[in-house]
Design a protein around this ligand. Structure first.
Ligand code: PLP
Length: 381
């Protein structure tokens, strides 16, 4: 019997509804105590001493770049990434340069990254943890620490994930490393607040990012309200953004975080079923499992014949199974094309073979069986 299994679907339970309702009834719905609670819970989850919340990951990346001051310099990022990250670089006053990726994993090619850094005015590097699989952060930390190049991890897909024992979000690292990590809670992500983002990193850089977050005000509204002093007095110290999270959004996050490990183990179970059932099909490759890296399984990709990939997408849609491509390589968009031409071969190859299938905690066992059956039928037709 035909079913419909979406590529992604938020798992919203009574817990989220109760949390949101209690904020709505509390009389304080914008940035306030619920944001503080969510930030503290998230800090424990990602093993960071401090988390700052934003209205999106894109803004978190922009303000991370402003905090490390990339003005006029080069910011290197992965050609397999999301356009918002490129816009964040442009808005922060950096010059975006794309680095190619390993065509098997879609992760930034660290040898090429090193060559691109040599002799150039590189101020920051933004590795993208594509699909939720971390880039080789041990090598990237080592490369950047000695050169005074900042790192902003695009961890939009990587909650939770770890590399060589470091949880993505934990700001610790080798001496000299200046690393911030940006997360996304947009609706499709492993943990959602409907829309939202967060940043971890060293205190001085987070302090600077926060100065830009709310109109460049010296004190946010809740801090002024809670201090008991005059609520109207503040200074403007930056041409800031309007990028704060509201307590209504944070309330969803608080509830989501209580189930975050359960959701992760559910995605691990689903991806394990796919590994066994689909990994043995002719002409299908899986995402290579990399030593020392634990991944979120935000996206479960299959790598298929590029000549037939688009037809597979259509056949799966007709069978009720959501599927997609993460992503179109950045150099193929017209806004960026003029800078890069067509010469980013690893990203082109990776993207042409990529086919993402549903892997999320809202799936039932019957949904998983259905996806296995339909994907098998389509890929062996
Ligand atoms: C890799 C990557 N980086 C950044 C973002 C931007 O996240 P947000 O929508 O929270 O700004 C996304 C969004 O999908 C993404 O996939």
């Amino acid at each position: 019997m035909m079913r419909r299994v979406g590529l992604s679907q938020p798992q919203i339970t009574d817990d989220e509804i109760t949390e949101v309702t209690s904020v709505l009834r509390s009389g304080w719905i914008t940035t306030g105590p619920k944001c503080a609670e969510f930030a503290a819970d998230l800090a424990r989850f990602v093993e960071a001493p401090r988390v700052e919340l934003f209205s999106s990951c894109t803004d978190a990346i922009e303000l991370a770049l402003r905090s490390v001051d990339v003005d006029g310099g080069i910011v290197l990022t992965s050609a397999m990434g999301f356009p918002g990250t490129m816009h964040a670089i442009e808005r922060a006053g950096g010059r975006p340069w794309l680095c190619d990726v390993d065509p098997a994993t879609g992760l930034i090619d660290v040898d090429l990254l090193e060559r691109m850094m040599n002799g150039n005015d590189v101020r920051a590097v933004i590795p993208v943890h594509l699909n939720g699989m971390p880039a080789d952060m041990t090598a990237i930390d080592a490369l950047c620490a000695g050169r005074d190049v900042a790192i902003v991890e695009d961890a939009a897909h990587a909650l939770p994930a770890s590399v060589d024992g470091r949880t993505i979000g934990d700001p610790s690292g080798p001496i000299g490393v200046r690393r911030l990590t940006a997360f996304s809670f947009q609706a499709t992500k492993t943990l959602t607040t409907a829309e939202g983002g967060a940043l971890t990193g060293p205190d001085d850089l987070l302090d600077e990012a926060v100065r830009w977050r709310l109109h460049g005000m010296s004190r946010d509204v809740w801090t002024r309200h809670a201090s008991g002093g005059p609520t109207w007095r503040y200074d403007i110290i930056r041409p800031g953004l309007k990028s704060n999270m509201s307590d209504v959004h944070a309330a969803i996050g608080v509830a989501q975080l209580r189930r975050a490990w359960a959701a992760q183990s559910r995605r691990c179970w689903i991806s394990g079923r796919y590994d066994v059932a689909l990994g043995q099909l002719d002409g299908v490759d899986l995402l290579p499992r990399l030593p020392g890296r634990a991944w979120s399984r935000y996206v479960y990709p299959l790598f298929v014949d590029p000549a037939r990939r688009n037809q597979y997408l259509e056949q799966l849609a007709a069978a009720g199974v959501g599927s997609s491509v993460y992503f179109i390589p950045l150099h193929e968009f017209s806004h960026f094309r003029d800078f890069y031409g067509d010469a980013i071969p690893g990203a082109t190859e990776y993207s042409a073979r990529h086919l993402a299938i549903p892997c999320h905690a809202a799936m039932s066992n019957d949904d998983v069986d259905y996806v296995v059956d339909q994907v098998t039928a389509v890929l062996t037709s």
